[in-house]
Design a protein around this ligand. Structure first.
Ligand SMILES: NC(=O)c1ccc[n+]([C@@H]2O[C@H](COP(=O)([O-])OP(=O)(O)OC[C@H]3O[C@@H](n4cnc5c(N)ncnc54)[C@H](OP(=O)(O)O)[C@@H]3O)[C@@H](O)[C@H]2O)c1
Length: 320
């Protein structure tokens, strides 16, 4: 039995140590990549994950319309809240209406949630609200910590407004953690799933110069970081959720090719990426964001997957 299988086995038998974040955790965006994995982990920890859904509510779910400004049910029983909802930023071209949806789903939805939590007679102890490393903008090889300034560009502006929208909850005394999540690596979705087909066909290669940094995190670790933020009362404010070793696009390309045993010579110049993906190319594919998870490390957070090659091998199930 390898180390990972052993750890998963232990986790399945023994839920995490009794959680200090209470029995009921309200989760928005629960149908997404991170939300699905979080609900599974909460159940392993013996906590109840109550889904806040936009349609097709089942018994026990809370129905809401984050953009329209409606929450149909009471939020009163939640001990903690994890807010992950937002229009997907990597699916489809960034048309004007897509960009409005990216911003409004986050800024309006977060404000609606924060204001409603702030009004509760017994508010939850903690709100963990997703943000993204896009907060920092395109910054070359500058090492970015939670103390770094915000950047420029569409995503940086959205992230700043998204984070500010949590303010009513903080002002009401709720501990707010703004989790600046890096590129989540998982088998079943997100950036890695999109890269797998071209790389498996031997059509993978660096994007643009290949010098741009990508700050990544394995799905399992992002879920653990959310749980740490729920449990550890010392964690507050902005928190970078990225692995401690960000890589350049060139290193990512080389490592994924090595893990899949495929050549990676089919580079895509920046001009071609811009023609294919429009504005999204500059902000998502060609931007360089080199982030350090200073706060998580300072609080003793142990990454299960600190290095890219190990993370890719365990996610993809490939041997050395
Ligand atoms: N995955 C990454 O690499 C990454 C990186 C940085 C930051 N993040 C952030 O972390 C959060 C979770 O990421 P994820 O990868 O799990 O996202 P995801 O797979 O795109 O899921 C997001 C969820 O948000 C809800 N949603 C979708 N469109 C919406 C809209 N227009 N308005 C309101 N809610 C909408 C949906 O849940 P319901 O249908 O259940 O409402 C959806 O499942 C997101 O806010 C994302 O921006 C993710």
């Amino acid at each position: 039995m390898n180390e990972r299988t052993f750890q998963e086995g232990v986790r399945a038998i023994l839920p995490d140590r009794a959680s200090s974040s209470g029995a009921e955790v309200l989760v928005t965006g629960s149908s997404g990549l991170v939300g699905r994995a979080l609900l599974e982990r909460l159940s392993q920890r013996g906590q109840r994950g109550t889904r806040m859904v936009r349609s097709q509510a089942s018994e026990g779910d809370v129905l809401w319309d984050p953009v329209g400004g409606m929450i149909a049910d009471s939020l009163g029983s939640a001990d903690a809240v994890v807010h992950l909802a937002g229009e997907n930023i990597a699916d489809g071209r960034w048309t004007r209406s897509k960009m409005v949806a990216i911003r409004d789903s986050r800024v309006r939805g977060t404000r609606l949630l924060a204001e409603n939590l702030a009004r509760l007679e017994t508010p939850p102890a903690v709100l963990v609200s997703a943000s993204a490393i896009g907060f920092y903008g395109d910054r070359g090889d500058e090492l970015l910590t939670e103390g770094s300034t915000s950047g420029t560009g569409f995503l940086a502006e959205v992230c700043e407004q998204w984070e500010s929208a949590t303010e009513p909850a903080r002002a009401a005394g709720i501990r707010v953690v703004r989790l600046r999540i890096g590129v989540v690596l998982a088998r079943g979705g997100g950036a890695l799933a999109k890269m797998l087909t071209p790389f498996r066909l031997g059509l993978g290669g660096k994007l643009g110069s290949g010098d741009q940094y990508m700050s990544w995190i394995a799905l399992d670790d992002v879920v653990s970081a959310i749980c740490a933020a729920l449990d550890d009362e010392r964690i507050e404010g902005a928190v970078n959720a990225t692995a401690p070793q960000p890589v350049t696009n060139r290193e990512l390309t080389k490592t994924l090719g090595k893990v899949l045993r495929r050549p990676t010579i089919a580079a895509m110049p920046g001009l071609v990426a811009r023609a294919a993906f429009g504005r999204m190319a500059d902000e998502l594919l060609l931007a360089s964001i080199r982030v350090s998870p200073e706060k998580l490390l300072a609080h003793g957070f142990a990454f299960a997957e600190p290095r890219l090659e190990g993370a890719l091998r365990s996610i993809l199930g490939t041997d050395r």
